[in-house]
Design a protein around this ligand. Structure first.
Ligand code: ADP
Ligand code: MG
Length: 537
């Protein structure tokens, strides 16, 4: 009698195993890396991304591209995660991280072809990743917050070749000033720098405001447009009459009673505004509503007021002006008020904004980006964020490395030396790891239309001769000392990129069985075809 078949999983479960699973995942990862490759470096190209609703993004930023592409293949998604981690941990270097991971997997495939077992490859990669961190610390240079010039150069390197290129001097000045200003006992929180975008005027009009810019107008036309020597009350409760229809539980039987009740409520509001006035405030930022009657009274006192200010903005104004957010008017005295040179309503392009500026020693600032169109402004914002991320990362670790592929070549060289100490097969894996790093300078060259082989040969021979800062300078298109050319990057970009790229490459290499439950989308990700979500299906 034939045995009954054993059924482990429902029929529509798709499963691929062994080599097929590996090759499929590696192919997907390589494709992700191919996508971003052409954007790397100052001569990299941009991509235009069009959403289903026809919104357009023009960008050069690795994480933005991958995020917008709605990639579905599971291994490819893991690659996108690398970019996201890089973005959140450092704020720059997303293309680099994804490319290293892609190349690590591509090179691993060569070893798989030579019948080297995946566990040997992953062991070699792990050793190489650890060694890389040690070498990186070894070759990096120390800086402090006093090295302002270097910090500016770091910001400029981050912005070279982006939409922000033409104004990178102005921006790097702004970035370094902002970061140094918000530094509080050595701690730096990117959230303390608010970025506000305003359409109209040119990119070069982008400014650093020693305070906060709110996209709010004053609540009433009768209020002053500008207040000098602002004394700011920050209130997180409403300045409103309670709505008798909703809130009250008293029953009213005659119009007089209602009138009495309203006068009573109005008196309460009057008292509130009186207290605001007594505190000496001439500006009020209220997190909740301000009703007509309160607006009228505030205007009469010549007080500038905004309502429904976001909680996060309230906190920023508090940090910038030194004012305390009060939840109870009894608490409000002159002592709780914040100070700013001016509070002003400004029509900026199409927007009406409230500027709180001239704060003394503010611990929260605003970068106000100007530009002609929203696409331009958005790309400038991404570039400025890269610059901010890099300057903050450099200050946090106090370490920098040379750019233009110099550090990658030095790493590769020292990794190859290290590989000599290892047994045969792991040695091959470490060598492949080293050559994956060389992919960065060769791509920088390729994207600039320079012969990558020539560049690599020259770089290697210079590094062999002990010139550890020899890199590809894309201002001059020559291989030379890039540290002197001030092409510098934070150490953290490279250490993070190498650690997340190798982690993900190792993780993908260890997979030899993919079990996908039903659902058309996922099934189409299975081998035999090209991974979907990339324009091939
Ligand atoms: P990522 O998303 O990885 O930050 P970028 O497009 O910002 O990618 O490119 C960063 C790379 O460009 C780094 O390797 C950096 O050293 C290099 N780079 C920046 N400016 C120059 C330059 N002037 N010459 C050569 N390489 C440069
Ligand atoms: Mg970058």
């Amino acid at each position: 009698m034939p045995e009954k078949p054993v059924i482990l999983m429902p029929e529509d479960i798709q499963r691929i195993m062994g080599k097929d699973a590996q090759r499929n995942n590696i192919l997907a990862a390589k494709m992700v890396s191919e996508i971003v490759k052409t954007t790397l470096g100052p001569k990299g190209m941009d991509k235009m991304l069009v959403s289903p609703t026809n919104d357009i993004i023009v960008t050069n930023d690795g994480v933005t591209i991958l995020d917008e592409m709605q990639i579905e293949h599971p291994a490819a998604k893991m690659m996108v995660e690398i970019a996201k981690t890089q973005e959140s941990e450092v704020g720059d270097g997303t293309t680099t991280a994804v490319m290293i991971a892609g190349k690590l997997l591509e090179n691993a495939e060569k070893l798989l072809d030579k019948k080297i077992h995946p566990t040997v490859i992953t062991k070699g990669y792990r050793l190489a990743a650890e060694k890389s961190q040690q070498i990186l610390r070894d070759v990096s240079l120390r800086i402090t917050s006093d090295d302002e010039d270097i910090l500016k150069q770091i910001a400029m390197t981050a912005m070279t070749g982006k939409g922000a290129e033409d104004s990178k001097e102005i921006f790097s000045e702004i970035i370094v000033r902002a970061v140094k200003q918000i530094r509080n006992n050595g701690k730096i929180d990117l959230d303390d720098i608010k970025i506000v975008k305003s359409k109209g005027e040119g990119i070069k009009d982008t400014e650093l405001i020693s305070g906060v810019v709110l996209d709010k107008e004053k609540v009433s036309h009768d209020m002053p447009k500008k207040v000098e020597n602002a004394q700011i009350a920050l209130i997180d409760f409403p300045l409103e009459l309670k709505n008798p229809e909703i809130d009250t539980k008293i029953s009213i039987s005659s119009p007089e009673q209602l009138q009495n009740f309203l006068t009573q409520e109005e008196r309460t509001i009057k008292e509130m505004i009186e207290k605001v006035k007594l505190s000496g405030a001439n500006v009020v930022f209220c997190q909740k509503g301000i009703d007509d009657f309160a607006q009228y009274l505030l205007s009469k006192e010549g007080i500038y007021a905004c309502r429904r200010v976001a909680k996060s903005d309230m906190e920023k104004i508090s940090k910038a002006t030194g004012g305390k957010i009060v939840s109870n008017l009894e608490e409000l005295t002159n002592f709780e008020l914040g100070n700013a040179q001016t509070v002003e309503e400004v029509k900026s392009g199409e927007d009406v904004l409230t500027y709180v500026r001239g704060c003394k020693n503010p611990k929260s600032l605003t970068i106000l980006i100007h530009g002609g169109t929203s696409h331009v402004i958005d790309e400038i914002e991404r570039a400025i964020k890269d610059g901010l991320g890099d300057v903050i990362a450099s200050l946090k670790s106090g370490m920098i490395v040379s750019g233009g592929g110099a550090v990658e070549i030095e790493l590769a060289k020292r990794l190859r030396e290290f590989s000599q100490e290892l047994s045969g097969r792991e040695q091959l894996a470490v060598e492949e790891f080293a050559s994956a790093l060389e992919f960065i300078p060769t791509t920088l060259a390729e994207n600039a239309g320079i012969d990558p082989i020539d560049v690599l040969t020259e770089l290697k021979s210079k590094h062999d001769a002990g010139e550890k800062n020899a890199g590809l300078n894309l201002f001059t298109n020559k291989v030379e000392n890039v540290l002197e050319a001030r092409i510098i990057e934070p150490y953290k970009i490279k250490s993070q990129a190498i650690s997340s790229a190798s982690e993900v490459a190792i993780m993908i290499l260890r997979i030899d069985d993919v079990i996908a439950s039903s659902g058309d989308k996922r099934r189409s990700n299975m081998p035999g075809g090209i991974p979907p979500g990339m324009g091939y299906d």
